[in-house]
Design a protein around this ligand. Structure first.
Ligand code: MN
Length: 489
């Protein structure tokens, strides 16, 4: 059975605290929604403001394939604004719970029923498609709810919608509620909220109970804890419910998720299903190894299904198999010994509590790949005394051809002192430092420091690099590596 999807990102989604979209952003999102196959787009609420009407008009002028709706209360003033925006239809929202009728509208059930029927008459007289949404339906008296729907259908409502406005349904009660609406012979939609984290589960249960349409927002944004998450619901139907399908182009889901995150500034939690940063990332060695042999071992679907790529994350749980794969992706071929060294270096870094990024990996690998020859000078220890009241002083211990040598130096700063401590040793005579360049790679004060230097001895010039969380160690390491290359080649 084909399930229709109504997107309310531009209406309920925009009611997310702190979110306000410009007409241009709304237009871009609507274009994408149309492109990926949404059946219905609730483009906004025409009564809200002049700007809102402008953006709805811009959307209705495009001749999209999707049906374009506006939210509307059962009031002629709202409906007139919808007509002004030239929408195809209205999401006509009528509160049906005693709480809403008596406390919010301060009216009676009888009057509300008249209001609803009159509004539908007015819409149908003006050629609008009507989806009659019962607000707070899940807390309404079921008999009254049914009479609102049945009356509405008599007056020409094309579809009806059951709203779980405060998200109190459970998968069981959702199924029962929809299952009890069997006498209704127009399409039934469900509109769920995620206050208990059950919106997607309740939506899927509603579909099993007889709903043939659901409302959702991209990334599940919306008031409070949000609405049914579009991507989770669509992909669940596709993968887990073989009797149902949607018209959505699933491989474009990730793209629209990113677009909405960027436009709204509501970023996605990393562990969110389908679209979260980690949804197709693997770090564990056991998992990565399994994935490389057969992705089904640890993935219920391929990332490509939803327009994504698998990622092997480098970190301390990683194994050499996943690492080798990642290195190959970065265009680096390493032998077994180098692979082991890179792996060890990464784990050491991760054990320091650092997040290992791709750049870190690249640099670590570069470092390992550079060291192919026997080093003449081995750096054993560097000790620094520095501060605002002392002359920066460094002592270094190096092993040169099996001989341990201690030396000290001072400088205008700790790096200068450490380099001076080395330079005054005889073996460093005639070697000039001609360039010194420092970069902080990963940002933050715990960032990796990348030092690149150029050294010269006579005609010969070499570059070398040191990458360490500590700027002094990075500098000294780069210096010694450079000297070793100068002397070794
Ligand atoms: Mn809602």
């Amino acid at each position: 059975m084909n399930i229709k999807v109504l997107d309310t990102t531009l209406r309920d989604g925009e009611q997310t605290p702190g979110v306000s979209l410009t007409p241009q952003e709304k237009f871009r999102i609507a274009s994408k929604l149309d492109e990926i196959g949404l059946d219905y787009i609730e483009a906004g609420s025409a009564i809200t403001s002049e700007g809102e009407r402008e953006s709805i008009k811009e959307i209705t002028q495009q001749g999209f394939k999707s049906e374009i709706l506006s939210f509307s209360r059962p009031l002629n003033i709202d409906i007139d604004y919808c007509l002004d925006c030239d929408v195809d239809g209205v999401n006509l929202v009528v509160p049906t719970s005693d709480l809403h009728i008596s406390q919010k509208l301060k009216t009676t059930s009888e009057k509300l029923l008249d209001l609803s029927n009159d509004a539908i008459d007015y819409c149908k007289d003006h050629g609008l498609i009507v989806e009659l949404s019962a607000e707070d339906a899940s807390r309404s008296n079921i008999d009254f709810l049914k009479s609102v729907y049945l009356n509405g259908i008599e007056h020409g409502a094309d579809r009806i919608c059951v709203c779980d406005t405060v998200g109190i349904l459970t998968p069981d009660s959702s199924f029962e509620l929809f299952n009890s609406l069997g006498e209704i012979d127009v399409p039934i939609a469900c509109h769920c909220h995620n206050d208990f984290g059950l919106a997607v589960a309740n939506t899927l249960s509603a579909i099993k109970g007889g709903a043939s349409e659901f409302h959702s927002t991209i990334n599940g944004i919306g008031e409070r804890a949000g609405n049914t998450s579009f991507e989770e619901c669509v992909v669940s139907i596709d993968r887990l419910f073989p009797d149902f399908s949607t018209n959505i182009k699933i491989n474009e889901i990730y793209g629209i998720s990113k677009l909405v995150a960027r436009s709204t500034g509501v970023y996605i939690q990393p562990n969110k299903a389908i679209v979260g940063e980690n949804a197709f990332s693997h770090e564990s060695g056991i998992h990565s190894d399994g994935i490389i042999k057969n992705s089904a071992t640890y993935e219920p679907m391929t990332p490509e299904l939803v327009g994504r790529k698998r990622k092997f994350v480098i970190g301390k749980h990683m194994g050499t198999h996943g690492l080798d794969n990642r290195l190959k992706e970065l265009g680096m071929d390493v032998d077994e010994k180098q692979l082991q060294q890179i792996c060890a270096d990464i784990k050491e870094l991760a054990d320091m509590g650092k997040t290992v990024t791709d750049v870190d990996l690249q640099v670590i690998a570069d470092n390992v790949l550079q060291i192919n020859h026997e080093d003449m000078i081995k750096l054993d220890e560097v000790t620094i005394v520095s501060g605002n009241k002392v002359m920066p002083t460094a002592s270094v211990k190096v092993t040169i051809e099996d001989e341990e040598i201690l030396n000290a130096g001072v400088g205008i700063g700790p790096v200068d002192a450490a380099i001076n401590a080395l330079k005054s040793l005889e073996i460093f005579n005639d070697i000039d430092l001609i360039e010194y360049h420092v970069d902080s790679i990963t940002g933050g004060t715990d960032a990796f420091i990348d030092v690149i230097i150029k050294l010269q001895k006579g005609e010969k010039v070499v570059s070398a690099r040191g990458t360490e969380p500590d700027i002094i160690n990075a500098s000294v390491k780069a210096y010694v590596a450079g000297v070793n290359r100068l002397l070794g080649e």
